[in-house]
Ligand binder design. Structure first.
Ligand SMILES: Cc1cc2nc3c(=O)[nH]c(=O)nc-3n(C[C@H](O)[C@H](O)[C@H](O)COP(=O)(O)O)c2cc1C
Length: 319
């Protein structure tokens, strides 16, 4: 498989980085790794949740994020996922949501590095995919450097080489998940320090990044930057080709995307989220308001031809 060399990647986001968004991102940039929304191992094993990804032939910049804490079940899920062409398998060790914490996975795993090691070992036994882990710099009062250092040390024993670190402490119980994406403050220095200690690992920093033009001052300190909310709001920041920086190029991409949806919805169920992904993508251009209205209307009437005609008829222009 081709090695992807983009310094930037797209964060896993529940309800956002589904198969459709991954496809859209691939149209914008084939070198950027996009992480799927978290999928629990049991859901992967027992349901057809990967079905939509299977239709994305020849797309290999998608990494799947799996959640869970039972090594054997994670390995089974990873084996099933490996049959679909995912670039990498990522283990969620950072989610602080109530449901996840009560299920003893996500951020709880930061405090159980030996279990994470076993999970990674089992996954590695069942697949030959690269394994990465996403976590945070600490959890609740467990904020000493030893915690994260020890976590990396154990995971390294299972040959995990890549770590994605959300530079913010997770708070269980006292904050809701959304608030915990903004508070407490980010601590980038902690992640830079981690990179200095674990020189042989690939350390990706995450939290609060907004564009893809960071300078050497930060690029020299880290192996990559993962972008979440801004990537969803404005995926154009990943366009690798100048032609997609202008309205005509962007229209071309959205036309391809809607055409893909049209084909897809003939075989699979109509999916509202797939349209929400593109509702705001022409903001700033003349015609954006009508575009947004038309997307809302399409969600109701399910007729994608109106969107294709709108793009074709040049009703979107530079202001
Ligand atoms: C809507 C939403 C859903 C998220 N879902 C997940 C998820 O499924 N798995 C995960 O590891 N992180 C999840 N996150 C956290 C992001 O991956 C990322 O760590 C966080 O948003 C910080 O990056 P940002 O400041 O660039 O947005 C989610 C974040 C948002 C906003």
């Amino acid at each position: 498989m081709k090695k992807l060399d983009n310094f930037y990647s797209v964060a896993p986001m529940m309800g956002k980085t589904d198969s459709f968004f991954c496809y859209l991102l691939n149209l914008i940039n084939q070198q950027t790794i996009v992480y799927t929304e978290m999928m629990h191992a049991e859901t992967i094993i027992r349901t057809d949740i990967l079905k939509n990804y299977k239709t994305l032939h020849n797309i290999n910049n998608i990494a799947i994020q799996i959640a869970g804490s039972d090594p054997a079940r994670l390995a089974l899920a990873a084996k099933k996922a490996a049959e679909t062409d995912f670039y990498e398998i990522n283990l969620n060790c950072g989610c602080p949501s109530k449901r996840v914490v009560s299920g003893s996975f996500g951020i709880n795993l930061l405090l159980d590095p030996k279990l994470v090691r076993r999970c990674a070992e089992e996954i590695a036994n069942k697949t030959n995919k690269k394994i990465s882990v996403k976590t945070r710099i600490g959890v609740d009062e467990h904020t000493s450097e030893n915690i994260l250092d020890n976590f990396l040390f154990e995971a390294n024993n299972a040959d995990v080489k890549k770590f994605i670190i959300h530079a913010r402490i997770a708070i269980r119980g006292k904050l809701n998940t959304k608030d915990n994406l903004n508070i407490p403050p980010l601590d980038y220095e902690r992640v830079f320090k981690l990179k200095k200690k674990f020189k042989n690992n690939i350390i990706i920093i995450n939290g609060g990044f907004k564009h893809t033009n960071y300078n050497a001052k930060i690029k020299n300190k880290i192996d990559g930057i993962m972008i979440g909310r801004e990537a969803y709001k404005n995926p154009w920041i990943f366009s690798s080709d100048l032609k997609y920086e202008n309205i005509e190029g962007r229209k071309q991409i959205i036309f391809s995307y809607v055409s893909f949806l049209k084909r897809n919805f003939q075989k699979c169920l109509f999916n509202k989220n797939a349209l929400l992904h593109i509702q705001n993508l022409f903001n700033g251009y003349d015609g954006a308001k009508n575009w947004r209205k038309l997307v809302a209307q399409t969600i109701k009437n399910k007729n994608l031809n109106d969107l294709l005609n709108f793009i074709d008829c040049d009703r979107l222009k530079l202001i």
